[in-house]
Design a binder for this molecule. Structure first.
Ligand code: PMP
Length: 406
């Protein structure tokens, strides 16, 4: 088994302390991760003494900032095992999926074509496809789940046809933590001539990711879930796909030559980055990738897996608890307690400085499938500890007493 994390990382995260100086038991890292000092400092330097625009200045500071911005792109490419010309900086995963839908989708999908999604997708991997499908007359098929709430690839295999042009799936579910067998999904998609898009929002922070080993065609994720800043994320796309995709948003920096008669466009990835980009965020994004890789993604995975195992064991021993998702979920545990609404649980836990998520997690079709309006969700990050679970379990016991269930 790979070594797990032994260093106490909590002190490196100012966000993990309450205003009163108490430890904050933050179990909502799947929504957004707290930031280490290294990332905050990198962002502050980029906004301060290093600050200038990119791609235009004739002065040294701007030339240096351009180098730093392009180095950040190389860093994210290396983080994913891709090439720098295959990485487009976007506002986040949501914008990356919309970009693929509006450019690749608009040129490659036509009436009668089909898109395969799954029952557990985040709204951001459903709605952009509904929008383009409605425009071009394509159809969406929904792959069902197995008994332990993983995407059922046997069912996907039976559903896929030559009419399918795209398969778009969560690499890891933000609700159940279930991990997709991405290589098999890629093989199934490619067998019928479809492309595979992986929503990597919850896989990039929790495990090693290599796009060539996964054999996907598109991979998207957000920096803020990887201990980086909000407002930036990345689209990785195979070079030959990205090169053939028309631009989406028009403006500065994405052009080759503009005249009122005809405008020509820059090559990828610049063609997809209209306007002044998120310069400081890109630099902090790269700092986050450095931070994660210095700890080690296998170590992070092993650390979180041990926490998941303990939490599932303790919750599973309570006879009024329903656990969702598989035993080997990646850093995420969704559950329900009979007769206690997740929002009430979340509110009472908050009084004890324990933060969990309660709601539909932007996955309403999954809630419908599970037959619940909401779930409670505890999710871990590289800084999570046994003490976080202790505080959580104590808070659950207190909630039960308040509801007269103890
Ligand atoms: N997909 C998944 C699986 C997610 O967890 C999230 C964030 N909750 C998103 C997509 C959307 O990411 P963002 O809001 O950062 O664009």
């Amino acid at each position: 088994a790979p070594a797990t994390i032994t260093r106490d990382l909590r002190a490196e995260f100012p966000g993990l302390t309450t205003a009163e100086g108490q430890p904050w038991h933050y179990l909502d890292t799947a929504a957004t991760a707290q930031k280490p000092r290294a990332v905050i400092d990198a962002m502050a330097r980029a906004l301060g003494e290093d600050y200038a625009t990119v791609h235009r200045g004739v002065y040294a500071r701007s030339a240096e900032m351009t180098l730093a911005y392009e180095a950040a792109r190389r860093r994210i490419a290396r983080f994913l095992g891709g090439l720098e010309e295959e990485v487009v900086f976007t506002r986040g995963a949501t914008e990356a999926i919309n970009l693929v839908a509006q450019t690749w989708g608009r040129t490659n999908l036509k009436a009668g074509d089909r898109i395969l999604l799954s029952q557990l997708e985040h709204h951001s991997n459903i709605v952009p496809w509904q929008m383009i499908a409605a425009e071009v007359g394509a159809h969406i098929d929904v792959c069902p789940l197995t008994d332990d709430h993983c995407i059922d690839l046997d069912a996907a295999e039976a559903m896929l046809t030559e009419r399918h042009k795209l398969v778009a799936l969560a690499h890891v579910s933000n609700v159940t933590g279930s991990v997709l067998d991405a290589k098999r999904a890629a093989a199934l998609a490619h067998k019928v001539g479809a492309k595979l898009l992986l929503d990597g929002c919850q896989s990039a922070p929790h495990m090693g990711v290599n796009v060539s080993a996964l054999d996907c065609d598109f991979y998207v994720f957000s920096a803020h879930k990887l201990y980086g800043p909000t407002g930036i994320g990345a689209l990785w796309a195979r070079a030959e796909l990205l090169d053939a995709m028309p631009p989406w948003q028009g403006g500065g920096a994405m052009i080759d030559r503009v005249t009122f008669e005809a405008t020509t466009y820059a090559p990828a990835p610049q063609r997809f980055e209209a306007g002044t980009p998120a310069i400081t965020e890109a630099i902090a994004f790269a700092a986050a990738a450095d931070y994660v890789d210095a700890i080690g993604r296998d170590q992070i995975h092993a650390h979180e897996a041990a926490l998941v195992t303990r939490l599932r064991r303790e919750l599973g021993a309570m006879n009024d608890v329903t656990l969702f998702g598989p035993a080997d979920s990646a850093g995420i545990v969704s559950f329900a307690i009979d007769d206690i609404h997740p929002h009430d649980l979340g509110t009472i836990l908050d009084e004890a400085n324990v933060a969990i998520r309660a709601g539909h997690h932007c996955a309403q079709p999954l809630m419908d499938y599970l037959g619940v309006p909401a779930t409670a969700r505890a999710s871990f990050g590289l800084y999570s500890t046994e003490a976080d679970i202790d505080a959580f379990i104590a808070g659950v016991a207190r909630t039960r007493r308040i509801f007269g269930k103890a």
